[in-house]
Design a protein around this ligand. Sequence first.
Ligand SMILES: C[S@@+](CC[C@H](N)C(=O)[O-])C[C@H]1O[C@@H](n2cnc3c(N)ncnc32)[C@H](O)[C@@H]1O
Length: 370
Amino acid sequence: MSIRPTAYEFFAGGGLAGMGLSGMDVTFANDMDAMKAAAFRANHGDVRLRQGDVWALTPADLPGRPDLCWASSPCQDVSLAGARGGLEAGRSGAFWGFWRLMQGLAAEDRAPRVIVLENVIGLLTSGQGRDFAAVCTAMVEAGYRVGALEMDAALWLPQSRPRLFVVAIRGEAPVAAGPSAPFHSARLVAAQERLPRAVREAWAWWSLPAPPRRNLDLAALLEPDDAVEWLADADAVLALAAPLHRARLDAAVASGERRVGAAYRRVRTENGRKVQRLEIRFDGLAGCLRTPAGGSSRQYVVVCDGGRVRVRRLTGREAARLMGVPEDYRLPGAQSAALKLMGDAVAVPVVRALTQGLLSPALEGRRAAA
Ligand SMILES: C[S@@+](CC[C@H](N)C(=O)[O-])C[C@H]1O[C@@H](n2cnc3c(N)ncnc32)[C@H](O)[C@@H]1O
């Protein structure tokens, strides 16, 4: 009988990372948010979840010796969309609360063989690259080989969601000779070149097979038209469309065909003034799900059909589908909570691909096939 690898899930949210760690048993999870913890417990009742600040944990709270530790640390202040406070500031400082636990485990000879940090792409450049360098340096100093992959959920699901996965491994693992598409993007290569020499010497271009072509588009994940509430003031929303987006919309309406789009309101600066603009895409993808902090962060669905256009809000269940979450996943009752849960999460098929292609082979001590 083979023993399944064990994992701890930090910054666990609704537990989507653990859902993608196929073949592993999550033996401990942590998140400080009450709504997230309730969602986690509703879906993963068998996993020991500690609700509270990661900084309040000590190695004594962590059971056994994990094979893998996953951290989806908060990204607000390293997000390209937000102010660039950097990892050391505010909420993203939580990564270091996690790292202190990794050091504590190592001191007790319980260090995991694999550590994954998931974050936004902005981590590559926040703090003039100092945050990325600090994370990678900490991993290398702890005896790991380090590498990173930029993975866009759009390769698996109809959602544009590029994310950075920094992977630290002790021992054999599938490594490529150099950077390769699609997971070693030009901006990742540029960030790697800016790293301190000691980190570059311990760097690995982790090898991960590209997935087969995605055969699912946004329209396939939506609720039936008669099961959702359409906006009565659609014209007011559509009136915000920037000229290029208006042209796209007009072309879709004029086609007379059913065309499904996704749209966000964004604040843009035009002629020195900040203005609200609606940005619509008809490429079969939803825009990156975000947390609904204000009205502008909630995504619209735009449906053109038979020469008319209707607009509505994306639902929490649709957001869950866009993250690759199965239908029996229990979402919070309130739409805003469901959308926040999903907007913060990591896409399940992305974690699964990383697990099957790299993390599990690393835990089995396998190299890439030549
Ligand atoms: C980007 S989300 C990760 C969500 C998760 N990967 C998922 O799939 O749902 C970051 C999470 O970190 C939690 N968090 C932020 N600061 C924390 C801290 N200091 N201690 C523990 N959890 C924290 C937030 O509540 C949030 O759920």
